[in-house]
Design a protein around this ligand. Structure first.
Ligand code: BTN
Length: 317
């Protein structure tokens, strides 16, 4: 891909590609077929050479890295055409010492994971499947605010590309458009009682899906479905990581960072206050939302008094 992109307007001979990669021409033919199967639009054949028909919207490190210089995410970007789960890859890498700011991106996930026992629908090259390693020096109880900040980053990135779209944050980690989910965030961590070793923020955004499987149709949407146009995943992913970088830095630096995140999350969520909800895992937790507490947990007015939701899936009534 690097060779073809570097010579985007010309035909590159199989012999040249083979020499540069250090393999045979027949191997190049096999690799070209593999890229085509992955959706890359390549013209040509072994006797004439190959050229890209269009610049593919792939989330390649060579494309993203220059645009992310100056952020914590510019230096360690890992890209997979197909992987089980970017969160699994990022957690494994983090346990092996991957530095803060390492990013794992995939065109397709075969076992994308959602919160609880849910799977994440991860169709090839339609969505953004992104996991980032962070190593904040905070106790585990402060991690919720980092994940709320990730929701704000997704919100800002979508609005930066198309200001007509009004995403709605649903506590703790969903981004909705018109009541349907367009993004989910799965935060996982490794910590002891007092200190976080690392966290992985896994972000799945439905970008260019034109339809969803029957079981998701009523609850999921994509940016393409709501806007009527195809989106550049490269542009959106760049905006997302820049915005996550801004949120994360200001959270760590400024004494008012936590309050700013809580305030903006509440401004951008139609459901953290005054909405009838139910928490799926806890039948007794039903009531009306009453804002976030100082650590970002959801307060709910119930028949038994004000309760704080620490975890679980919130269903809006
Ligand atoms: C949810 O809403 O349940 C969370 C979904 C999180 C999906 C993303 S896609 C990238 C990363 N890798 C995974 O396996 N899951 C997260």
């Amino acid at each position: 891909m690097r060779l073809l992109t570097a010579h985007a307007t010309v035909v590159v001979s199989g012999t040249k590609i083979a020499a540069e990669i250090g393999t045979s021409r027949s191997d190049i033919w096999r690799l070209i077929q593999q890229l085509r199967d992955l959706g890359v639009d390549i013209a040509g054949h072994p006797s004439t050479g190959y050229s890209l028909k269009s610049i593919p919207d792939l989330l390649l490190p060579d494309t993203l890295s220059p645009q992310l210089q100056g952020t914590i995410f510019g230096k360690h970007i890992h890209h997979y055409y197909k992987i089980d789960s970017t969160n699994t890859a990022a957690m494994e890498a983090a346990s092996g010492g991957a530095p803060e700011g390492s990013v794992f991106l995939a065109e397709q996930q075969t076992a994308g994971r959602g919160r609880g026992a849910n799977q994440w629908h991860s169709e090839r090259s339609s969505g953004i499947y992104c996991s980032a390693v962070l190593r904040p020096a905070v106790p585990p109880s402060d991690v919720l605010v980092v994940t709320l900040a990730a929701g704000l980053a997704v919100h800002a990135a979508i609005q930066e590309i198309d200001s007509r779209i009004a995403p709605d944050l649903k506590w703790p980690n969903d981004v909705l458009i018109g009541k349907k989910k367009v993004c989910g965030i799965l935060t996982e961590m490794n910590a002891d009682i007092t200190r976080v070793r690392y966290i992985v923020i896994g972000i799945g955004i439905n970008v260019n899906q034109s339809a969803f499987p029957a079981d998701l149709q009523a609850i999921a949407t994509s940016l393409r479905l709501v806007s009527g146009t195809e989106w550049s995943r490269v542009e959106l992913c760049t905006a997302l990581l820049k915005s996550l970088d801004r949120e994360y830095r200001s959270l760590l630096k400024s004494s008012d960072g936590v309050n700013s995140i809580l305030r903006r999350f509440q401004e951008r969520s139609s459901s953290v206050r005054g909405r009838q909800i139910e928490v799926e895992e806890d039948a007794s937790l039903q009531g009306v939302t009453d804002g976030l507490d100082e650590r970002g947990f959801l307060k709910v007015r119930t028949a038994q008094g004000v309760r704080t939701v620490l975890s679980g899936t919130v269903t809006l009534r």
